[in-house]
Each structure stands twice: as structure tokens, then as C-alpha cells.
Ligand binder design. Sequence first.
Ligand code: 13P
Length: 257
Amino acid sequence: MSRTPIIAGNWKMHKSPNESVMFASELVERVASFDNAERVIAPTFLSISGVADALLGTPLQIAAQDAHWADAGAYTSQVSAEMLRGFVNYVIIGHSERRAYLHDSDEDVNKKAKAILAHGLKPIIAVGESLTQNEAGETVAFVSGQVRAALDGIVASDMAKVVIAYEPIWAIGTGLSASGAQANDIIASAVRTTVRQLYGDTIADGTRIQYGGSVKPSNMEEFMSQPDIDGALVGGASLNVDDFTALIEIASRVKGD
Ligand code: 13P
């Protein structure tokens, strides 16, 4: 089954509102012709509104880096999925930095996924094991547990909107990446297999699964050549317009129809 590749740049806590708008305006021109890949950027909350104005009517899509599950309430510092509606297409949830520093649990990630879907947005659910878990041979059990927990109670008819990003924690921002074959193996055996167990073949074969962790122009082709990898969630290399353009070009060329 053909799955449209999706490349998302997670800007994390980088770029001011002005820098974000300038970058988005340049990127949208540079990647205009690579239209067989979905192209997404995830600025900070502060920059989302300006970037959304700048990108109105263009094919470049926007993701938020998180969303709260409640529509509104006494949750200082948080932004709800309801508030993001109309500004973003996707919301990244479960990123390992949020899990580690802001203590997002599997249950939180699941509540966020449901709220995002309820508001007509699409979650990019990030999962991945630590170096200790990897070395202890626990990767498949741990990652499939995260996938199962994140998808708990999500109905089959919503699964076309769900993207899963496998990001081994030891590969994030370290320059160490999994090899294409290693990443494909975990994505197939832990992520897609779990979706298959939960929802059956058609949905499993249609679900898009990204790899993330030190993706850069020099290793992108290796990842995109893998049968189970449908795109990338990119940190550092998405902050540079030449690098990010190169990643999108490679995905579009290698994976596009
Ligand atoms: P790097 O590409 O900087 O390793 O970050 C990956 C990541 O965490 C994307 O969400």
C-alpha cells in the first residue's frame, strides 16, 4: 500500500516569531515542487499564529509541539487542542523531551491524542526507548507498550489521521542515528506490528510511521529507502533551510509515487 511520506521539522524551543515567519516564507518557495511529500513545520506556540498567516493558502502545513487534553481550564502555561484548531494541522505529542522534562505519561499522551482527534486535528505520536532499555534488549517490548497505551480507545476510523514517530532517545540530538535497517526493524516489529494487532492489516498497512533522531541530508536516503519508514521527524536539521529543503527533496524523490 502506498503511504504519502511526511517530513516534519520539530523546531523545539528555537526561532523567534520573526525568524519563524521568515524561515517559513523561504521554505515554502524552496519546497514547492516536492509535492508528493507532506511538508510540516512545528514552531513554538508563540510563533504559530504568525506562521499560519504567512502560510495561508500554501501546501506547507503546521504542527504544534504539544496540546493539553482539556478544552480550557486552570492549567497554567498550557494550550488546548481546541485553541489550536484553525492554526495547525498536526500536533506532536509524547516527545521524549516532554516525557523526560515535563513528565508526560503514557496516559497523558493517550488523553492528548483523543482530544486532538476530537477537534479534527492529527496527532504525531512520538515513541522511543532509552539507551539503557536498548542495551538491555527491551526496545520492542517498551516501544510496543508505548504505542498500545497511546492508542488505547482510539477508534479504527480515526487511525488514518494518526502518525507515529519512532525516535530512539539515544539518537536525538546526539549525532548518533540508528542505521536505516535497525530503525526499519523496530518500526516494523514494534510499531507496525502493534498497530496490526490492534486494528488489522488494512489499517496497519496504511499507517504512516516516521523515524526521528539525528536525521540529516547525508543519512536521509538510507532511511527513506526502508520499506516501513514513511518519513522523518527532524530536529536540528529542520532549523537550517538548506538542510531541511534537502531532506524534503530526498523524501519526495525516494518515497514519492
Ligand atoms: P534531532 O534531529 O536534532 O536529533 O532531533 C530529533 C527530534 O527529537 C525530533 O523530534
